[in-house]
Ligand binder design. Sequence first.
Ligand SMILES: Cc1ncc(COP(=O)(O)O)c(C=O)c1O
Length: 381
Amino acid sequence: MIPYGRQSIDQQDIDAVVSVLKSDWLTQGPLVPKFESAIADTCQANYAVATNSATSALHLAYLALGLSQGDLLWTTPITYVATSNAALYCHAHVEFVDIEPETGLMCPNTLEKKLAVANQQGRLPKIITVVHLAGQSCDMERIHKICQPYQIAIVEDASHAIGASYQDKPVGACTYSDICVFSFHPVKIMTTAEGGMALTNQKELADFMSYLRSHGVTRDPELFTEESHGDWYYQQLALGYNYRMTDIQAALGISQSQKLREFIARRNVLAERYQSAFENTPVIPLAQQQGTNAYHLYIVRLPNHAKQRKVIFSVLREAGIGVNIHYIPVHLQPYYQHLGFRKGTLPNAERFYQEIMSLPLFPALDEADQDYIIEQLVRLL
Ligand SMILES: Cc1ncc(COP(=O)(O)O)c(C=O)c1O
């Protein structure tokens, strides 16, 4: 089976991990801050906090921005459940903003209208989390402009988009957001096996996320609220978690980050090959806006074949092509239905779900395999 995504691991990565295993520090050693600095530099952000997953980074981000019981967080329904689940961990309520059908991204016009209504009703969200679906940045300047009058915090779930750019700056620079989160799961652009990171330009948020990731405990004298008892001293400042990344993961992350540019370039070459192959066919790739797409996923729409999508999917799988669907709209999940969300409330997302298919895309995908995928799909249609 040609998978829809796959990690690229070379000897440099293996050597980096082995050298940590032979060192004194498997966790809480020097490589986590080194990895954080490397990613903060690459993304032109002031601070980075590494975690054991993007889900935990999202949880920390929401807590740092003060999300708590009874608050509202708005996000897109076309995302992985983790984006909204992390708000539920904070005992907040979630609402979904419908998408633009052509890009699959949260629709700024719908957001603008929904906020105006919510403002009148006194039901404004505390946080809006946008998702850079498949590796393409949302229009962050526009979203920032829409949210600013209401003083709503903005989180970028950039789990798909490390290495992408927006307005000539890397995604992660947080020019128009408070916090930006990456995932380093193996199917993503670069990997630490499991792992995530939260980037921000605000020191207070970075400090809070740093100690919250480790039980709420700090050893930073600048943050102490009482006089230190001595060199062993630490303080618990909040109820935190163990969301730490290990040095083994960080070593892999540092090594992988050195190849980020290469990974993105290769993904873009493959994406362009798909794009030109699908011209004048019923296969519609997601519309591209400005900036560099990191192409975590290659999602296409099959608007004229939505009814046959199930069969097309099975036939392609039988042909050894690991197609996938990103995503089942979150509000249609049984857990969310149980919370009161209903089918029919987010028509664009629901139609998008009927039409989409993710085709294999990863740096080691070779042209012959890609041609086979294109040929099988186009022939079927
Ligand atoms: C958009 C999005 N957000 C969050 C996550 C959660 O990432 P992690 O597996 O690193 O917790 C994923 C993972 O698939 C994702 O695609």
